[in-house]
Write a protein that binds this ligand. Structure first.
Ligand code: SF4
Ligand code: SF4
Length: 380
């Protein structure tokens, strides 16, 4: 059954809304693109209006950062209402070609990037990587992420993790070619029908992941972490983010950081780690252990952190807005702090912030770096 066949009003508890506007007040896209979650929640009360509402271009400007949901005093989830509207379009066959291609590729090849499954592990070539076999006992089953597997700009994240795991003597295994997209972005693009692609992928992935005798699954990307942790109810193993594991290794003395990195570092909270899952301390603990580094904070940090616009299917959609991108605002904020490294813990953040850095011409003064890449240089 698709969402339209159920009562939209009941499914999203729209009658509970008191129109306080806290959702729109916190929405990073409200000023930039005119997205107004309060208004959408109000207008969706008229179910005859849903098809028209779903056609508003700003529905696709939502980054699924979750600020609206976190701020709602009545427990509503405006972000889910927006995803539900995307679903109405998809169910009706009205779909942007880039979104259609991403969904078809996720279905066909197990990744949204239109890349062959057979090349998923090419990044591992020449590395000493331990692969896990189904049925085998493994303490840490590593879940890489499609973007990291295929995009050379962020493959260094996984390569450095391998280096760190080997150095620290961790019991781990990668899944290899059988690893399939976690479907987080499939969901965000609107494939949320009860018999839709998202549900199918969750079922297949659950079967695959449960076929390993793993104590825990370690997701490298916050998007995979959030999906596996919150949207896969039948996984046998615990799900953690890699920052949990690295913090543990540092605390237990199994990982030692050598040399000095006398740089001013500011950390950008990825929405899917911070606002979505309250993981704020682990990345800060790790950065705080870097010898010689000075760690500074954005004024808008943790729960108030600014979104980089990498999530919510935004990698496959274009915005009509001519306003400055949020990632550009973010790198300007970092520069104002005289930061030399803008540290992140997410592949999407790397891509959006690095683009913004180049667009602003700040490459001389500052670089964007994933925490694992920073650590990789400090363990030799
Ligand atoms: S924050 Fe919640 S109650 Fe307030 S307008 Fe938004 S959805 Fe309605
Ligand atoms: S999830 Fe973020 S971008 Fe989307 S409506 Fe809510 S606050 Fe705005």
């Amino acid at each position: 059954m698709n969402i339209e066949m159920q009562s939209f009003v009941q499914k999203y508890d729209l009658l509970g809304c008191v129109q306080c506007g806290r959702c729109t007040g916190g929405c990073p896209e409200a000023i930039r693109t005119g997205l107004n979650p309060r208004r959408v929640v109000h207008d969706a009360l008229d179910e005859n209006m849903l098809d028209e509402l779903a056609k508003l271009p700003e529905i696709w400007d939502c980054t699924t950062c979750n600020t609206c949901t976190a701020r709602c005093p009545k427990g509503l989830k405006p972000v889910e209402v927006l995803i539900g509207l995307r679903n109405i379009l998809i169910e009706g066959g009205v779909i942007q070609p880039t979104v259609r291609d991403a969904l078809e590729s996720a279905f066909r090849e197990g990744n949204p990037w239109d890349k062959p499954r057979a090349t998923r592990c090419d990044w591992m070539k020449d590395l000493d990587v331990s692969l896990a076999e189904p049925g085998e006992k493994v303490e840490n089953l590593i879940y890489v992420c499609c973007t990291i597997c295929y995009d050379p700009k962020v493959q260094g994240i996984a390569k450095n993790l391998v280096k760190i795991l080997n150095k620290a003597g961790v019991d781990y295994g990668f899944i290899g070619e059988d690893e399939t997209c976690c479907a987080s972005e499939v969901y965000n693009l609107g494939e949320v029908g009860e018999e839709g692609l998202f549900e199918m992928m969750v079922e297949d992935n659950t079967e695959l992941l449960n076929s390993y005798d793993a104590t825990r699954i370690v997701a490298i990307s916050p998007h995979c972490y959030s999906a596996l942790k919150n949207q896969y109810p039948n996984l046998k193993a615990d799900v953690i983010h890699y920052t949990h594991l690295i913090k543990e290794l540092l605390e237990e003395g199994k990982l030692e950081l050598k040399g000095e990195l006398p740089k001013r570092i500011v950390y950008h909270d990825p929405c899917y780690l911070g606002k979505q899952n309250n993981v704020y301390d682990e990345p800060r603990y790790i950065l705080g252990r870097i010898p010689g580094a000075e760690i500074v904070e954005f004024e808008r940090n943790k729960e108030r952190s600014l979104c980089c616009e990498g999530g919510g299917g935004k990698m496959w959609t274009e915005s009509d807005s001519k306003e400055e991108r949020l990632a550009e605002t973010r790198v300007k904020d970092a520069r104002a702090l005289d930061a030399e490294i803008l540290a992140v813990a997410c592949p999407f953040c790397i891509l959006t912030l690095d683009d913004a850095l180049k667009a602003k011409g700040f490459e001389e003064e500052m670089r964007v770096a994933e925490i694992l890449e920073i650590l990789g240089d400090l363990i030799e």
